[in-house]
Design a protein around this ligand. Structure first.
Ligand SMILES: [Zn+2]
Ligand SMILES: [Zn+2]
Length: 408
């Protein structure tokens, strides 16, 4: 343990509680200095974990407030509306700048994202860019392969060392004072949001008592339950998306593609695709990879509020198609070997199914546009995290950061 970690961990408990209270109001408040805080031991901090306990305990209040269809539909709607904010705003805009917008709309997007109760967009983007730069390496703060499942899922957020925002690494975002203010006082929007939900419930109880809801009930379902599910759904990308599913691309990390995770996170489940090429607005690279976040952003671009959606380069699409082809051939060979040693009536069916899969991929490949004769012109996106994919250093493969605009 170095001197810095020793000094921060040796603070008496009352002072740590007072410091934490100050930080819940002003997240840039670091009396011992942000650098010292970042040098704290990498472990669960009992004071820092209190907001998560409060959030989860709030769900238990359902035993007192009961339920109504209105309350449940509110929870579901606010889950998906805010999951869209996590994926489309925290992730695909602030972390990777995969599309452009005006400064006023950028501020409104940051306010919308703040209702997710996942700290400010600048804190979110700082940690996410760090994840891409160190994916599944010793410095990755939430790798399930380095720290275990529970640390990658929730533990890392409760560690004091991951609390401060390092503005020096996100200068492209920190130059906007309105964004810094939202990031610094990151409790304001969630409190206003919860108050608005409570007020709506009270209003409905008076004007539409037939709905059977009220302020406390709508607060428990619309805020506590919805936000708890939203947190765990999002956290699954840090934990499960590096454990569950299929890796299509060979990257320097253990990211996977998962249809199930794509459903609960509105498209973020295509995580291996995303680790291969981070600058695209879409994470589902092919039409069959469902990506509701991309569909929403595409629709939003028709209004003119956002523009410059970035597409996946043809070279990356071809690389993925070839990887799928080789995976199908390998599956067909495995099925044939198993069929030789099997007495199951399915032994003729399984190789046939694999052969159909191979034929399907082959036919898809024949419809693919030919490679460009001249090399594509790529440029580095200074806002995006440095790519660490070994694929990017392989000749013939596209760099991870490309600024192609989606004109489809
Ligand atoms: Zn990302
Ligand atoms: Zn990842």
């Amino acid at each position: 343990m170095n001197d810095a970690s020793a000094s921060s961990s040796s603070l008496p408990l009352p002072r740590r509680i007072i410091t934490a209270l100050g930080q819940w109001i002003d997240s840039d408040y670091c009396p011992e200095g942000a650098e010292k805080m970042r040098a704290s031991p990498d472990r669960v901090d009992l004071v820092r974990i209190m907001p998560f306990i409060f959030l989860h305990l709030g769900c238990l209040a359902v035993l007192w407030v009961g339920w109504s269809p209105m309350a449940i539909w509110t929870a579901v709607a606010l889950y998906f509306l805010r999951m869209f904010a996590v994926t489309a705003i925290h992730h695909r805009y602030f972390s990777h700048k995969t599309y452009s917008t005006s400064r006023p709309v950028q501020f409104l997007l940051a306010v919308w994202a703040a209702t997710t109760v996942q700290r400010g967009s600048l804190w979110w983007a700082y940690h996410h860019r760090h994840h891409h730069a160190h994916s599944d390496g010793p410095d990755d703060v939430h790798s399930p392969h380095v720290h275990g499942f529970w640390w990658s899922h929730i533990g890392w957020i409760t560690s004091r060392r991951n609390f401060p925002t390092d503005y020096s690494t996100i200068k492209d975002l920190a130059k906007f004072p309105e964004l810094v203010m939202l990031n610094r006082f990151d409790l304001v929007i969630p409190v206003l949001f919860a108050t608005a939900i409570f007020g709506t419930g009270q209003f409905l109880a008076h004007v539409a008592p037939a709905l059977g809801t009220n302020g406390p009930q709508l607060l428990v379902w619309g805020f506590f339950i919805s936000t708890t599910f939203l947190f765990h759904g999002t956290a699954c990308i840090n934990s499960m998306a590096h454990l569950m599913g299929r890796p299509r691309f060979k990257t320097d990390d253990d990211s996977r593609n998962s249809f199930i995770l794509a459903l609960i996170t509105l498209g973020e489940g295509w995580h291996n695709n995303h680790h291969r090429y981070q600058s695209a607005t879409r994470n589902g690279f092919y039409w069959w990879e469902i990506d509701p976040t991309y569909y929403g952003l595409k629709a939003l671009s028709w209004t003119g509020l956002i523009w410059g959606l970035k597409s996946v380069p043809q070279s990356v699409l071809e690389e993925g198609a070839h990887a799928d082809h080789h995976a199908s051939v390998a599956a067909a060979r495995r099925a044939a070997v198993h069929a030789e040693h099997s007495h199951s009536p399915l032994r003729h069916v399984v190789p046939a199914a694999a052969a159909i899969a191979v034929a399907t991929v082959n036919s898809a490949n024949t419809g693919m546009a030919p490679k460009a004769v001249a090399p594509a012109v790529h440029h580095q996106d200074p806002s995006a995290a440095p790519a660490r994919n070994r694929a990017d250093s392989t000749p013939g493969r596209a760099p991870a950061q490309v600024g192609d605009s989606d004109r489809s």
